[in-house]
Design a protein around this ligand. Structure first.
Ligand SMILES: [Zn+2]
Length: 112
């Protein structure tokens, strides 16, 4: 019984939960998942790997947001939630996001 989950198993829901845990938007998970995220956040690599066998999507998202400088915008793109273009106010995306601002692709293209 194996689903062979990969880092690509980060769903919009997982991305939103992890973003919220680290204070970057998203939305709050249920009680169990909040504890799971706290455990993963504080785990050393060996324990994180163990947790990741059971919850690969969450583990991948945690690793991404903690160790990848592009982790936050990457997860925000995966979540595609709570993002609003700062130019046109559109919420449909796709978005080009950075730490400081979010633009939808049409507005991004229109910039110099
Ligand atoms: Zn826009």
């Amino acid at each position: 019984m194996s689903t062979h989950a990969t880092p690509m198993s980060i769903t919009p829901e997982i991305a939103s939960h992890v973003l919220h845990h680290f204070g970057h938007g998203g939305y709050e998970a249920g009680t169990f998942t909040r504890h799971l995220l706290s455990a993963m956040d504080t785990a050393d690599p060996a324990n994180l790997a163990r947790l990741g066998e059971a919850f690969p999507g969450y583990a991948a998202a945690i690793v991404g947001i903690k160790y990848d400088p592009e982790g936050v915008p990457a997860l925000q793109r995966m979540a595609s939630i709570g993002l609003t273009c700062i130019t046109c106010g559109g919420t449909s995306g796709p978005f080009i996001s950075s730490y400081s601002h979010t633009l939808c692709e049409p507005c991004h293209q229109g910039q110099r």
